[in-house]
Design a binder for this molecule. Structure first.
Ligand SMILES: C[S@@+](CC[C@H](N)C(=O)[O-])C[C@H]1O[C@@H](n2cnc3c(N)ncnc32)[C@H](O)[C@@H]1O
Length: 262
């Protein structure tokens, strides 16, 4: 059983599914519309317990999943949505033991998903140009995963080159990934995977053109995903009225040994 401890970042979830982030601390108090809840009422209790404020308002105490955490954690840069994070892991084929290079680290959402998938035998190297983002991301990662000895953060502009090579996978979330394509050829091992995500069509065109211009990339795919949640309530069984209609396009390519006849 996983009991709640001082230092845990938890979500208190109201009956209306509102989530309040609380970092538990002995003697601490959660205040809600004039009501109070002592952290000591939570510390030592099992996760998912229902607790009540001084006026009896119930909250369920849960440690957030990674998908919940990335949407509520302090942000430097815009994070990748969980629906895209899950696709990236499968389409970039992130496996235990893989050596993955990513850029930039942003708020650390993708980095955490990568670290969990490569496991202790794998590694993640992250290039970032902004010190403040790198610091914020590492604090977020440390808060959720604890110390990650298999993460290397380099203050480096990836458009200028990739010093770490060979890598198994290259995952990019930055504005001009086509500038990375020439550096990706010597950095990715043959059979390795290049994946980037981009919000707009002109960016997609530019990166696909850059990949096609290199004879060392093949099997180029571009796609997006729409996730539509449903309302299931009595006879009202229908799609929800609101959804995130567009987040990003994903582009995946395989590093191949060039064949003159292709
Ligand atoms: C959209 S954010 C990445 C968000 C991150 N994937 C996440 O899930 O939290 C883009 C990041 O790329 C960084 N960046 C932009 N250009 C870069 C470059 N040339 N080299 C390295 N990092 C770069 C930015 O500073 C920013 O932190």
């Amino acid at each position: 059983m996983s009991n709640l401890r001082s230092g845990d970042r938890i979500h208190l979830v109201s009956r209306k599914d509102r989530r309040y982030t609380v970092v538990l601390k002995a003697g601490g108090v959660f205040r809600f519309s004039g009501e109070m809840l002592a952290h000591d009422d939570l510390i030592g209790q099992p996760e998912s317990i229902t607790v009540r404020t001084s006026r009896g308002t119930p909250f369920v105490a849960l440690k957030p999943t990674l998908a919940e955490y990335v949407l509520k954690m302090p942000r430097g840069a815009q994070v990748i949505y969980p629906k895209d994070l899950s696709l990236i892991l499968m389409w970039a084929d992130i496996y235990p033991g893989a050596k993955v290079l990513e850029a930039g680290i942003g708020s650390g959402a993708l980095t955490m998903a990568l670290l969990r998938s490569v496991g202790e035998k794998g590694s993640v190297i992250s290039y970032e140009v902004r010190e403040d983002f790198a610091k914020r991301a590492q604090e977020n990662i440390n808060q959720f995963l604890g110390p990650a000895s298999n993460l290397v953060v380099r203050m480096k502009n990836i458009y200028e080159g990739i010093e770490d090579r060979p890598v198994d996978r290259l995952v990019l979330d930055l504005p001009e990934p086509w500038l990375v394509v020439p550096h990706a050829v010597p950095a990715l091992r043959p059979g390795g995977i290049f994946l980037c995500l981009l919000p707009t069509v002109p960016q997609v065109q530019q990166v696909v053109a850059a990949l096609r211009a290199e004879k060392s990339f093949g099997f180029i795919e571009t796609f997006e995903t729409l996730l539509r949640t449903w309302n299931i309530d009595g006879r009202s069984v229908r799609p929800d009225h609101r959804m995130v209609a567009h987040s990003a396009f994903l582009i995946v390519a395989r590093r191949i040994v060039p064949d003159e006849e292709r």
